[in-house]
Design a protein around this ligand. Structure first.
Ligand code: TXA
Ligand code: MG
Length: 329
């Protein structure tokens, strides 16, 4: 199969045509690129799992064009969550709600809940509207690899596996949506993401976090898999000085490492290989995956400075720690 990369109206029209005839299409969102199929079409969903090499027990998020469509895939939600929907949807928030029977089990991995998200990216919304059906989509990377934040990243993993990549430029947010389960008495973050626990708590009063800040973990099924793995070695350094020490140690052993750090720390590192992630939290979040994609191509070890455990940088470090397989020096 040849993989086309197209942008503009032609791309959206062709994408909608492919979806309507039961195919799969990669498309941009503000978080990361998705690999979409009609959420009602079990065969098309099977093709998404096959293209990614994704385990069948990891459910997909269903993408909608507008808030009113939530009722087309779910049995509804408690009205106390409406302020959350008003504030963060469209945007990088996925809500886990009770699913409607006509959403096939393969989308939700047999769960009686479904993750719903309304992307804010204009191209994503036009694409979903043109398809006129809810679009089930995981991130458009091979399973276990780094999520794609550009059409080029998608192509590197999906060339020959998907007929069309709709190019909407670089993703603005840069890491995946926050997954929030609102089916129980207390809302629980199953996957930290671009909308932070603090932002959700501001709206709802409180929230349980995945990493047990308030209660024990209640992981999304996908959280148990190794994720965001670069093809090279990766470690987290607890400070910029320990990053430099690790760098020197690796060079002495004949390695070719690189340090990923806040841009203001590049000066401290001296004349060694570094990639600046930016200065403010949004910029760092936007750049993290692109930096890892670039680093794994040119170096044999990524040494990432620890960026903290709260707010948006806490969500970024959730991903980096997975890439490092928990290795901290
Ligand atoms: O930003 C995003 O969320 C991107 C873009 C494309 O929308 N999508 C994405 O999908 O990251 P994926 O499949 O790579 O990750 C979805 C996560 C997985 O951890 C999965 O287990 C969890 O959401 N999830 C989906 N449906 C769920 C459900 N019903 N209950 C619990 N967790 C669910
Ligand atoms: Mg993913």
């Amino acid at each position: 199969m040849d993989t086309l990369i197209l942008s503009g109206n032609k791309a959206i029209e062709l994408g909608a045509q492919i979806i309507k005839s039961g195919g799969i299409v990669a498309f941009p969102t503000e978080t990361v690129y998705g690999l979409g199929a009609c959420a009602y079409d079990s065969d098309a969903i099977a093709a998404v799992f096959a293209a990614k090499g994704r385990p069948m027990d990891n459910p997909l998020i269903v993408h909608l064009a507008s808030g009113k469509d939530i009722l087309s895939v779910s049995c509804g939600y408690d009205e106390r969550y409406r302020p959350l929907i008003d504030k963060f949807m469209p945007g990088p928030l996925t809500l886990v709600v009770k699913k409607r029977a006509d959403i096939p089990d393969c989308v939700t991995a047999g769960l009686d809940t479904v993750g719903v998200r309304i992307p804010s990216h204009a191209v994503a919304r036009e694409f979903i509207e043109s398809c006129a059906v809810p679009i089930a989509a995981p991130s458009a990377n091979l399973s276990t690899k780094i999520s794609p934040t550009s059409a080029r990243h998608v192509y590197e993993d999906m060339n020959g596996r998907v007929p069309l990549i709709i190019d909407g430029g670089d993703c603005d947010v840069g890491i995946e949506s926050t997954v929030l389960d609102i089916t129980g008495d207390i809302p629980v973050i199953l996957r930290p993401g671009a909308v932070t626990a603090e932002q959700i708590a501001d709206v709802l009063g409180s929230v349980k976090t995945h990493e047990g800040k308030i209660v024990a973990a209640a992981p999304a099924p996908g959280m148990k898999y190794k994720h965001y793995a670069p093809v090279c070695d990766c470690v987290v350094a607890s400070s910029i000085s320990s990053a430099v020490e690790e760098y020197c140690r690796r060079v002495d052993e004949g390695g070719n490492p690189v340090i990923l750090c806040k841009s203001e720390h590049i000066g401290i590192c001296g004349d060694i290989h570094t990639i600046g992630l930016g200065s403010d939290d949004n910029e760092i979040c936007r750049n993290i995956y692109a930096a890892m994609h670039a680093a794994e191509k040119s170096y044999d070890c990524i040494i990432c400075e620890d960026l903290g455990d709260s707010g948006l940088l806490g969500s970024v470090m959730n991903r980096v720690n997975k890439s490092a397989g928990g290795k901290i020096i």
